[in-house]
Write a protein of this length. Structure first.
Length: 433
């Protein structure tokens, strides 16, 4: 059965006398929008007028409550109460407070998550901690097509330590069998930024532990997009960003998780005064704070934290089970529409067809991916491109409607039929892709 037939039968729950003739219509998707239990959340986001936003997996939309909260922090807390706000308004506790909220979204244990720094810096912290906890082993295992910054951080740490560590990479399909008893830690991104492929977190973590390796998960493309259970699978460490599905704003602070069983043994390689047991004692040597607080480094960005907390609070109101169910349904519908409307236009699906292996994005390879995405943007459909040939379409169930999927594919078909993407202006490369 084709993808579109499974959409018609499973997702739309309607019978067809001849499944081979099943066809998705705009009216079908309008009906789904009317029945959508998550639909009210859409009104709580700013969305560009007359634009279909399919890039929330890269930068989430702004919650409407953000500007008012930012004004409150800027005008009343910073403006009126100035430095006293560290105590009066609890700025000093924002990192652990918001970290605890994110911990609930990712299934971490209480006191295991903190908001701090960027994903790359947090990865450096947890990777260095993992190697220190497993000192007799020298191999970091990752995926060959992992997000490059993760590999760069590992390479930089290896150079810095200069203790004979190596970075070994493998293909996604080689996991977990590739994990052996030489591995110090396994460092994987749960959902691939390029393909949307998702690892079985429980299976991989169990396999790593069985070989004596520690497990680090990068949750950049899964935190807020689906239910997660870090504590249940006994993950050792995790990192993730705040600006994708958590809707914390561009460059929002990131988060990191350290399982409680490791916290007392972790002495941060990046040790700063906010991770000190008594920051305002101004002692001359570093003495780590109790628990996850030791993973903080420098003074936190209060304005950014305020915006992030709005996004996180909004996510906590929604059901992650419902978000995941809608995400899978929308992805299946989008894939069905691509097959139905654009089968002869050179798009090749690279996101796995098995829902258990899919994140919250649909990815296709096309040799003209860059100009196609630029042309789509000019027609108010915003997706994105990842080199060398991947076009990505994010699925963000809190504010993406079903009918928008139909409209986006209809516009893409017009672009492809008329070769509108081939105009010179769409071939020019920009700094950000």
């Amino acid at each position: 059965m084709t993808i579109r037939n499974s959409v018609r039968l499973a997702c739309l729950a309607r019978e067809s006398p001849d499944p081979l003739t099943a066809h998705i219509t705009r009216a079908d998707l309008e009906a789904l929008d009317r029945e959508d239990r998550l639909r009210p959340f859409r009104d709580r986001f700013f969305l560009p007028e007359d634009t279909i936003y399919l890039d929330g997996n890269s930068l989430g939309a702004m919650p409407k409550a953000v500007p008012a909260r930012m004004r409150e922090v800027a005008e009343e807390e910073w403006g009126r109460d100035v430095i006293c706000s560290w105590n009066i308004h609890g700025w000093i506790d924002l990192q652990t407070k918001i970290g605890g909220k994110i911990g609930r979204l990712i299934g971490a244990g209480e006191g295991e998550t903190i908001v701090a720094d960027s994903t790359s810096i947090n990865l450096f912290k947890v990777l260095s901690a993992a190697l220190a906890l497993n000192p007799t082993r020298k191999v970091i295992l990752s995926e060959r097509e992992n997000f490059p910054t993760d590999l760069y951080v590992a390479e930089g740490l290896i150079r810095l330590l200069d203790q004979g560590h190596v970075l070994r990479t493998a293909l996604p399909e080689e996991f977990p069998e590739v994990i052996d008893d030489t591995i110090a830690c396994v460092m994987l991104t749960h959902v691939s930024y390029r393909t949307g492929r998702m690892y079985d977190m429980a299976k991989i973590t169990e396999a790593a532990h069985a070989k004596g390796a520690l497990m680090i998960w990068d949750l950049a493309h899964s935190a807020g997009a689906m239910p997660l259970d870090l504590a249940g699978v006994r993950a050792d460490f995790a990192v993730g960003c705040g600006y994708k599905f958590l809707n914390g704003g561009p460059g929002a602070p990131a988060f990191l998780t350290i399982a409680k069983r490791h916290q007392d043994r972790v002495v941060p390689a990046l040790s700063g005064w906010f991770g000190h047991a008594a920051p305002f004692a101004f002692e001359g040597t570093f003495r780590p704070a109790e628990g996850i607080a030791r993973a903080a480094v420098g003074t936190p960005p209060v304005l950014s934290l305020a915006a992030l907390e709005v996004g996180v609070d909004l996510m906590l109101e929604a059901s992650l089970d419902e978000i995941r169910a809608k995400s899978l349904r929308q992805a299946d519908i989008f894939a069905g529409l691509m097959e139905q409307e654009l089968a002869d236009h050179g798009f090749r699906r690279v996101t796995p067809e098995d829902p258990a292996q899919c994140g919250s994005q649909m990815c296709f390879a096309h040799e003209q991916g860059w100009p196609i995405i630029q042309c789509l943007t000019a027609h108010n459909v915003i997706g994105d491109f990842r080199a060398p040939d991947i076009v990505r379409f994010g699925v963000t169930p809190l504010y993406l409607g079903y009918t928008e999927l139909w409209d986006a594919v209809a516009i893409l078909r017009r672009i492809m039929d008329a070769r509108l993407w081939d105009a010179p202006e769409f071939h020019r490369r920009a700094k950000v892709t």
